[in-house]
Design a protein. Structure first.
Length: 489
């Protein structure tokens, strides 16, 4: 069995599939030093300044004359992302979905939207009533019975003492949660004097179904818990007789995300997700890819798949706006890989990004959404936002994702308000953290064909849409966070 893997025929480094000891030889290359599992070995001698190629693209340059067989990592590989880039539109790529027989069993609401859960969500408008929301969550669980998938409060520290874009972000995110179709009923809990009060929030909600959304202002009632219990009872009564019905998979919206990545994320988990993404968008479903800073160095791949010049221009703006955001805050975006990423074998942001975008498959980019934007087009959508796991899973949820497929090489228990399927990039993580992980993509390295794994993951997506609980749901790991971008008064 080979111990070294090239991700592309044009690569000049290979990834160690297991720990490599100095002296090991394969395909004409002899390791000059020990290579940790998941890390890179140089396949041909390079002079200082020459490019290191992985995934068929540059991931930086070698900093010194280096012989073949050398260990390549942070000590001798440096990013090239401080170089100014110019982007050129290469022509539109038409999106042509095909009707399929793939279906899911979902709840269809009066406005035509589908949900894959029939839950009651409690949304505080401000952090001051977080504990009230949590107490109402407990009360709600004693009220509901059959016909409801659970009562969940989504607490946060926002909603007041915010200004401008910062406050706008909070209102857009809270409104999107309130309107999310996985919530059959929503109780909005307000203190009453906050900036993001109910009157201001209603402006973001559009047409309100009074049977589905109830409002509680704590300062206006003598006993907010008793009043909240009454409203929760009304919500439960309105949704408990809902039943699933068969709908085409083109009604589904799936978010894709990675966190705690390692060198195998872009080789196993993200590649399999890309296959599933292509199947979904090919069938007319919508998918979402976010984490803008983790597109730096791979944005050219996504831009080449723009449906039109308009979508290309939106992609350029998204990338440049995020770079400006870093610059305005005197922050260096190009040293993004975390200590965990480095330990797992990822060296530069280009390398991380080229692995990350594998989740997008080869699909046509049909739209680019601002942070807090709502997905309205079928096909592969890009969503502006940071890489932070809680912020980005919240953004995907609020963009309309019914579920999120979350790949990881290091492991995390984190979950979004929607079902969050955890896909491990390596089998060791799956075996160690079965309570966190839903699917083992590491089997790809161990010989399981990618087609079989893609089919298996697609089946799991459909089962999840049909009601099968993910590990984050079983463990009650559900959190939200808003992209903080401004002063606090």
């Amino acid at each position: 069995m080979n111990r070294l893997l090239k991700t592309d025929a044009g690569d000049n480094v290979a990834v160690a599939l297991c720990e490599i000891k100095a002296g090991y030889s394969e395909n004409g290359v002899t390791a000059l030093e020990d290579i940790p599992v998941g890390h890179k070995i140089l396949l041909k001698s390079l002079k200082a300044g020459e490019k290191i190629i992985k995934y068929g693209s540059p991931i930086g340059h070698i900093t010194e004359n280096t012989p073949a067989g050398s260990y390549v990592h942070t000590h001798n590989l440096k990013t090239d992302l401080d170089e100014k880039k110019e982007y050129r539109f290469s022509g539109g790529v038409p999106y042509r979905p095909k009707k399929t027989d793939l279906t899911v069993n979902a709840y269809r609401w009066e406005n035509g939207a589908i949900g894959i859960r029939n839950e009651i969500w409690i949304i505080p408008t401000v952090g001051c009533v977080n504990k009230t929301a949590l107490r109402l969550e407990e009360i709600g669980r004693s009220i509901i019975g059959d016909g409801c998938d659970g009562v969940f409060a989504y607490t946060h520290p926002y909603g007041c003492s915010q200004m401008n874009e910062d406050q706008e972000n909070t209102r857009k995110i809270l409104a999107a949660l309130i309107n999310h179709p996985n919530a059959g009923g929503v109780l909005v809990v307000s203190l009453g004097c906050e900036n993001t009060n109910i009157s201001s929030l209603k402006k973001y909600l559009g047409k309100i179904d009074e049977n589905r959304v109830k409002f509680l202002v704590a300062q206006d009632t003598e006993d907010e818990l008793a009043q909240g219990a009454l409203l929760l009872s009304e919500l439960y009564g309105n949704i408990k007789n809902r039943r699933r019905e068969k709908v085409g998979i083109e009604n589904l919206t799936v978010g894709f995300k990675c966190g705690g990545s390692d060198a195998f994320s872009g080789i196993t988990a993200n590649v399999i997700c890309g296959r599933v993404n292509d199947i979904l968008t090919g069938a007319g479903a919508a998918s979402l890819l976010t984490e803008t800073p983790e597109m730096f160095g791979a944005e050219h791949i996504l831009m080449s798949r723009s449906e039109s010049r308009e979508i290309f221009d939106k992609q350029v703006k998204m990338i440049e706006d995020f770079k400006e955001y870093f610059a305005l805050n005197n922050a260096e975006c190009y040293e993004n890989p975390s200590p965990g990423n480095h330990a797992g074998g990822i060296t530069t942001l280009e390398e991380k990004s080229l692995g990350c975008v594998q989740k997008g498959g080869g699909g046509v980019i049909t739209d680019v959404l601002d942070y807090g934007g709502r997905c309205v087009k079928k096909g592969l959508n890009l969503l502006a936002g940071p890489g932070n796991d809680i912020v980005s899973t919240t953004a995907l949820t609020c963009a309309g994702a019914h579920m999120i497929i979350f790949t990881t090489g290091r492991g995390t228990p984190l979950g979004a308000p929607v079902p969050t399927l955890k896909i491990s990039s390596n089998t060791a993580l799956f075996n160690k953290k079965r309570s966190w992980i839903d699917f083992d993509a590491g089997r790809l390295i161990n010989g399981t064909p990618i087609g079989a794994l893609s089919d298996e993951l697609l089946s799991l997506v459909i089962e999840t849409a049909n009601g099968k609980k993910t590990k984050n749901e079983i463990n009650s790991q559900r959190e939200i966070a808003v992209f903080k971008n401004g002063v606090t008064m």
